[in-house]
Ligand binder design. Sequence first.
Ligand SMILES: [Zn+2]
Length: 151
Amino acid sequence: MIVFNLGCENSHRFEGWFASSEDFERQIGSKLVTCPLCGNANVTRLLHAAHIGKPVSKERRPARAESAAATAQQYANVGSEVLARLVEHIVENTEDVGAAFPEEARKIHYQETPDRRIRGTASRDEIDALKEEGVEVVALPIPAHRLGKTH
Ligand SMILES: [Zn+2]
């Protein structure tokens, strides 16, 4: 089915449902479509309101697609054992800075402190802000038994 916005000679507006645009042309040509308000048979197709006036910008589309891809979560089918070992490895090789993580990560990024691997906690907003500044961070599924341990 296809829906068209239609109008009659008396400026009434209504929707018409057709099997196809060919069906629409045929019915309009045979004056089979009449205004439901006044019965006028001189019905014409109207453009959708959204298509009138502003030209559609084609430039914004790719940008929106990119940001959607960038916010998608990453997944790997490595199995929980591999992931646990990886997390253990990361925990062993990073310095736990706790809640100071966003600040420390930023300092490292801007070379205000020696470059090193750190981990810690951050809010979603803080992570978004870091990523906007170009700081590379990843979310870690650290198991409960490793939380609070420095090594
Ligand atoms: Zn009418």
